[in-house]
Design a binder for this molecule. Structure first.
Ligand SMILES: *Cc1c(COP(=O)(O)O)cnc(C)c1O
Length: 419
């Protein structure tokens, strides 16, 4: 592979063209292993940004893509429909919280978030109310497009860079009570205060249920989410659950909202939807929201991506949901959680470590100091694992199929690197 060309001309996520860190060339991937060009095999702790839940090169997912591509790779979704999309939406409605009955397919997580925010805005517009604001909690992450960025944590550089262009929304303190901590009712005070102060101008509350991902890898108490639902009901504000990172079993429930027994008005899914094969996302909502949106001035929902409902992506998503439907993921994720509960506390004792936390197939080691990315990345690769930290956070979200021994390789590598 021409790594020199890569360094000079290929822009990677969040990297500089002037001082690019080296990238590792991967030639193929199988199960939980990534194979580098030089033949080294790495145990994947990232699931390619939390998406490859069934592992790489899965025979059923491959077969779904192959058989669909011989029928049609793509067809427009305006005025045309097809079996893979209909089947996928049927499955999504069946497994989602009961009130969510309408599915809007989109092309990436960020777009699913844009769609959810637009739905909420159109909902209030149709009701003749001016509600231009969103309320969220700090340390959230909802994507890199503009509206998604505007509800992402304001203390990373994204907000200051685009100030003046980015809409300004309302941020409440993030939940402090951890998932396994004793619940403290005051945790929701700031959220309640801000909701009460602003509810007449709020279109919706948007947050990641139970686990805040890229905004800080924080795992919070289900009662926080319960209170948020109750307060949204009490003050007549829509609730958007961004399940893009948490959906499809990652937290030990199919959707993280289930930990709190709540149902949102709008729900975004993405990442693991196709088992990490292709980009696809969906925004689901209730009949009440959908009908209100479509009963408004526009008479429809104003969105329609070119590659909406891409048949190839839908076919793979169907195969991925079929794999989830066999239920093995529950045992696998529980097994991962148990092992993390056993192995992470020892890492928590190391002097460089501020905290460790885990839930389902998510393990987080928070350090006092940000990591030296190039150095730690090389250390991990030399130890035969693929773990990509950010800032002070070294975390793993492995494919659900990982074995106990492979997971131990990941936790041992973290322990050694952090030591
Ligand atoms: C990754 C992520 C997104 C954005 O998804 P993309 O596919 O990267 O656009 C949005 N919300 C959450 C919670 C995410 O983890």
């Amino acid at each position: 592979m021409d790594l020199d060309f890569d360094q000079k001309h290929v822009w990677h996520p969040y990297t500089s063209t002037q001082a690019p860190l080296p990238c590792y060339p991967v030639t193929h991937a199988e199960g939980v292993y990534l194979t580098l060009e030089d033949g080294r095999q790495l145990v994947d702790g990232m699931s390619s940004w939390w998406s490859t839940i069934h592992g790489y090169n899965h025979p059923m997912l491959n077969e779904a893509a192959k058989s669909q591509i011989d029928k049609m790779a793509h067809v427009m979704f305006g005025g045309i429909t097809h079996q893979p999309a209909v089947e996928l939406c049927r499955k999504l409605v069946a497994i989602s919280p009961e009130p969510l009955q309408h599915v809007f397919l989109a092309d990436s997580g960020s777009v699913a978030v844009e769609v959810s925010l637009k739905m909420a805005l159109q909902y209030w517009h149709a009701r003749g109310e001016q509600r231009p604001k969103f309320l969220t909690v700090r340390h959230g992450y909802h994507g890199d497009t503009f509206a998604a960025m505007s509800v992402t944590d304001p203390d990373n550089s994204m907000h200051s860079l685009y100030k003046g262009f980015l809409p300004e929304h309302i941020f409440a303190d993030s939940p402090q009570c951890g998932f396994f901590d004793e619940w403290d009712e005051s945790d929701v005070d700031d959220f309640r205060t801000k909701l009460i102060a602003h509810h007449t101008e709020l279109a919706a509350v948007i947050l990641e249920p139970i686990v805040q991902g890229a905004g800080g890898m924080r795992i919070y108490h289900p009662n926080f989410l319960k209170r948020v639902r109750e307060l949204c009901d009490e003050y007549g504000v829509l609730l958007i659950a961004d399940e893009i990172a948490t959906g499809f079993g990652r937290t030990g429930k199919l959707f993280a909202c289930e930990h709190a027994g709540i149902s949102p008005d709008i729900m975004c899914v993405g990442k693991a939807l196709t088992g990490g094969y292709m980009t696809l996302s969906a925004t689901l909502t209730t009949t009440h929201v959908a009908n209100t949106v479509c009963g408004g001035e526009a008479g429809c929902f104003m969105h329609g991506p070119t590659f909406m409902g891409n048949p190839l992506a839908c076919a793979v998503a169907n195969a991925s949901l079929d794999l989830l439907a066999n239920g093995h993921w529950q045992k696998q994720v529980k097994q991962i959680e148990n092992q993390l509960a056993e192995q992470l506390p020892a890492i928590g004792q190391l002097p460089a470590v501020k905290a460790v936390r885990w839930l389902g197939a998510i393990g987080v080691v928070e350090l006092y100091q940000p990591v030296d990315m190039a150095k730690i990345q090389k250390t991990f690769v030399d130890m035969g694992v693929w773990i990509r930290p950010f800032g002070t956070l070294v975390y793993i979200m492995p494919p659900f199929i990982i074995s106990q021994q492979e997971l131990r390789q990941l936790t041992s590598a973290i322990k050694a690197a952090v030591s």
